[in-house]
Design a protein around this ligand. Structure first.
Ligand code: SAH
Length: 218
């Protein structure tokens, strides 16, 4: 191995170590995160920090989430192999790529056309054929493809959006950061039962806000 390859291998090992130490312990989630390289999802200046456990800026003023938070959210969803998942907030596409390793099909939506276009190109390069990226206002979900087994929202809402709750199957799980965008938010897990909805509060997080309507570029 060259020095550069050695260095990348070392950084990837540190990356997995950081995930475990922050509570990402599910073997299937760790395997997915070992397999999907975060590098291609980050462009330009910040690409050399791809294996650090921190959020980083991406296009359109958005951020790629911190890897340990990606891991904890994925773990909280308790994904089963036959699941059909909706992700709201494609961003870089990294979270969708992780979900694609664990589920049958992933629909991922973003209000910014540019982000959807760039993420689609990476999914093609990596041959991730079970992801369907869509430009849409995800606060309304994706009625044509509903209902979903799992829904992951990766932008903060003041309350779990009603249309998303309505598009969750009975027995389905939604994970969503809830709270004002400029304060601490809480990651909430909503489980739909045949009686209604159960709520668990998981951990404090910080996400960009869920914004209504399409981006100016869409
Ligand atoms: N999951 C992403 C990070 C998401 S950042 C990743 O792995 O990189 C949050 C994303 O939510 C941003 O890209 C933002 O454009 C998107 N977003 C915010 N409000 C939205 C809405 N109403 N509908 C769809 N996407 C939205």
């Amino acid at each position: 191995m060259s020095d550069a390859e050695d260095d990348i291998a070392e950084r990837k090992m540190q990356f997995l170590f950081a995930l475990r130490s922050k509570g990402v312990t599910d073997a299937r989630v760790l395997t997915a995160m070992e397999k999907v390289d975060r590098g291609p999802f980050i462009r330009g200046l910040f690409s050399e920090r791809a294996y650090e456990d921190m959020p980083l800026p991406i296009a359109c003023g958005q951020t790629i989430s911190q890897p340990s938070v990606v891991g904890l959210m994925t773990q909280a969803l308790k994904i089963e192999p036959r699941n059909k998942i909706l992700e709201v907030g494609t961003g870089s596409g990294y979270q969708a790529a992780i979900l694609s390793q664990l589920a049958r099909r992933v629909y991922t939506v973003d209000r910014h056309k540019r982000l959807v276009r760039e993420a689609s190109a990476i999914f093609n390069d990596l041959n991730l054929t079970n992801i369907t990226p869509v430009v849409a206002d995800g606060s309304f979900g994706l009625p044509d493809q509903a209902p979903f087994d799992r829904i992951l929202v990766t932008a903060a809402a003041e309350d779990p959006p009603g249309p998303l709750l309505a598009q969750l199957k009975i027995g389905g799980i939604m994970v969503v950061p809830v709270g004002q965008s400029d304060t601490v938010q809480h990651l909430i897990r909503v489980t739909r039962t045949d009686q209604g909805f159960d709520y668990d509060e998981l951990l404090p997080v910080r996400f960009v806000p869920l914004v209504e309507g399409l981006g100016k570029d869409a």
